[in-house]
Design a protein around this ligand. Structure first.
Ligand SMILES: O=C(CO)COP(=O)(O)O
Length: 133
């Protein structure tokens, strides 16, 4: 199927949050729900299931992060299938899949995909995007 040109379709957003940031992600998603419902959303497994259950969003869930979910999103992004990443990382807790996390953030840099890794930048990014649709 042919995709609409980027400027004519709502963004494809990947949402990811580490465990200590999941409540924050749910609150953020509630705040921007009217906009996010217009977007094509994907997420790592546990984050996505919470957004579906607690915010009522439609989200395509990948594997959980430690099982390869970050890599799945990085792969899609590298193929031009993700426009924006909201990745609420926990800087205080070591993660078993740190290499996967670094690979995803690196893929964002390689492909120049906007990637917000904390709440303030996530809110700025979502506000800017919401103003466009
Ligand atoms: O670990 C994660 C990102 O690195 C998030 O994965 P979950 O959303 O499955 O908890």
């Amino acid at each position: 199927m042919t995709q609409a040109p980027a400027q004519h379709r709502p963004p494809r957003i990947a949402l990811i949050a580490h465990d200590h940031k999941k409540d924050t992600m749910v609150e953020l998603a509630r705040e921007f729900a009217p906009f996010l419902t217009q977007c094509t959303l994907s997420a790592t497994g546990t984050t996505g299931r919470r957004l579906i259950a607690e915010v009522g969003l439609t989200v395509e869930c990948m594997l959980s992060g430690p099982w390869g979910g970050d890599l799945q999103i990085g792969s899609r992004l590298s193929q031009g299938e993700v426009d924006v990443v909201i990745f609420l990382r926990d800087p205080m807790t070591p993660q078993p899949h740190e290499p996967d996390i670094n690979a995803l953030v690196r893929a964002c840099d390689v492909h120049d995909v906007p990637c917000a890794t904390n709440l303030s930048s996530a809110r700025l990014l979502l506000k800017q995007l919401a103003a466009r649709v």
